[in-house]
Design a protein around this ligand. Structure first.
Ligand SMILES: [Fe+2]
Length: 467
């Protein structure tokens, strides 16, 4: 069913680019129509763009995506099928070359949408453990009995790498402005992984779950070649977040709930934590899960803080920001208060926990704006100076308009840095760099301020271990 939206000229240009890139990336040469695709048609002479979502999927694997397993060189392949089939992955090493295909077996779970049609699919998960550093692999998923997907390629990180991450939230199906750029950059090998900080398809349960399938197919060109790491947003709340829980597979190596709502993983110099900020707001699903998350988070931070020598950075990501400045009389006041001071401004407050363990960086979304902040403690700006030795995290809030790349560089002074680079393919949104220095104290530096049309550069010091 067509979805009509109103877009300006810039929006139409981006939509056209999205259509070209999506088609180019999802339709393999010589196999037109054999796999899922998104078709976007612009009507002439007006501002209306009709977005037709045709999902002509082969009866085999669809919605294929990767995530990290329990360590950086382990990968989990997740996909879905209409029918109950075997869960197998064929893997071949491209670099170093090895002509021998290895077959991995996994398992599947049945997922029934809670809408009227009770649409059913089977979600398959196969773990490819301990693949080694710096490898280039190709794989296909499905089964020998029912057929295979196309081949996809992915890399495992090199030993001692600094991760390059694209980060965004709030992407959606019909106005995914970051997607063309993400596809370009992913194809160019710019990233080691994706961080999608909640709000996926607006909403995945719509059309009896077909919207979720179309979204997963839309991101497949990226997600089938890069670990697509996620946390949940408010737009996944229907049916107790069942579409999110069933479609994604986050690591379980450090515990967590096993349903991708809260978890953590190590990546290069960073320990990255994903939490559900929605537990503070959708308490009809149970306050107990808020307590479970809080208890787990405290234990995880305790463990990570003792491992600073190996993983100096502690980064947390959650959908709703703990601080933001939009004057909407809602999220940046009432909502943020719940985050900082706890449910009903009392239970399970996040701010003192993040401060106690010196979390370095918080990644938020939800606001549909780009914003970065000095460390803030109880509404007091710590100014980001290394002299303040603040324990509060610096913060970045970005929606689908933004992207972040974490990469390792050496400054003119010889200092080795990790950079978070944010950019957006729209004229109205700033670009930003955030440099994060290694654990030695000091060297926080704000390089320049941004505006709506100029790059925004920022440099912050990692907290360093705390007693
Ligand atoms: Fe949101």
């Amino acid at each position: 069913m067509p979805i009509s939206i109103k877009l300006g000229i810039a929006g139409r240009l981006f939509t056209a680019a999205l259509a070209c890139l999506t088609l180019a990336a999802t339709v393999p040469t010589g196999r037109l129509g054999s796999t899922g695709y998104l078709f976007i048609q612009s009507t002439s002479g007006g501002s209306t763009v009709r977005v037709h979502s045709h999902t002509r999927v082969r009866p085999r694997a669809r919605n294929i995506h990767l995530s990290f397993g329990d360590n950086e060189t382990s990968v989990v392949v997740t996909w879905s099928t209409r029918n109950d089939t075997q869960s197998q992955v064929q893997l071949m090493s491209v670099q170093p070359p090895n002509a021998t295909e290895k077959l991995y077996n996994g398992s599947s779970t049945i997922f029934v949408d809670s809408g009227t049609k009770k649409a059913t699919q089977y979600v398959h998960r196969v773990t490819l453990p301990d693949l080694g550093w710096g490898g280039l692999f190709k794989y296909r998923c499905g089964s020998q009995a029912t057929g295979w997907s196309d081949w996809f390629e992915f890399r495992t990180p090199k030993r001692g790498f600094s991760p390059r991450l694209a980060m965004f939230g709030d992407m959606g199906m019909v106005n995914a402005q970051s997607l063309p750029r993400l596809m370009q950059d992913a194809s160019a090998g710019m990233y080691d992984a994706i961080l999608h900080v909640g709000d996926f398809a607006y909403d995945m349960q719509e059309q009896d779950g077909a919207t979720g399938d179309q979204f997963m197919q839309m991101i497949q060109p990226i997600a089938a070649r890069l670990p697509y790491m996620t946390c949940v947003g408010n737009h996944e709340f229907m049916y107790n977040f069942s579409h999110y829980k069933n479609r994604f597979t986050m690591p379980k190596g450090f515990g967590g709930d096993g349903e991708s709502m809260f978890y953590s993983f190590d990546l290069g110099p960073a320990h990255i934590i994903g939490i559900s900020t929605e537990f503070y707001f959708f308490v009809e699903y149970g306050v107990d899960q808020l307590k479970s998350q809080y208890d787990w988070l405290q234990a995880d931070l305790e463990r990570a803080s003792k491992n600073r020598a190996a993983r100096p950075w502690i980064i947390i990501m959650g959908h709703r920001p703990m601080y933001c400045s939009n004057d909407d009389g809602d999220d940046c006041t009432f909502g943020a208060l719940f985050m900082r001071e706890g449910f009903l401004a009392r239970w399970y407050p996040l701010e003192p926990l993040l401060q106690k363990y010196g979390v370095d960086l918080a990644l938020w979304a939800h606001e549909h704006t780009y914003e970065r902040m000095w460390p803030v403690t109880r509404l007091e700006v710590r100014n980001g100076s290394w002299r303040s030795r603040t324990r509060s995290p610096a913060a970045l809030c970005t929606s689908s308009l933004g992207r972040l790349v974490v990469e390792s560089v050496t400054t003119p002074s010889g200092r080795r840095c990790t950079i978070l680079r944010s950019a957006a393919p729209t004229m109205a949104t700033p670009d930003a760099d955030l440099q994060l220095h290694p654990p030695q104290p000091g060297a926080g530096q704000r390089r320049s301020a941004g505006s709506n049309h100029r790059p925004d550069h920022h440099c912050a010091a990692q907290h360093g271990p705390f007693p």
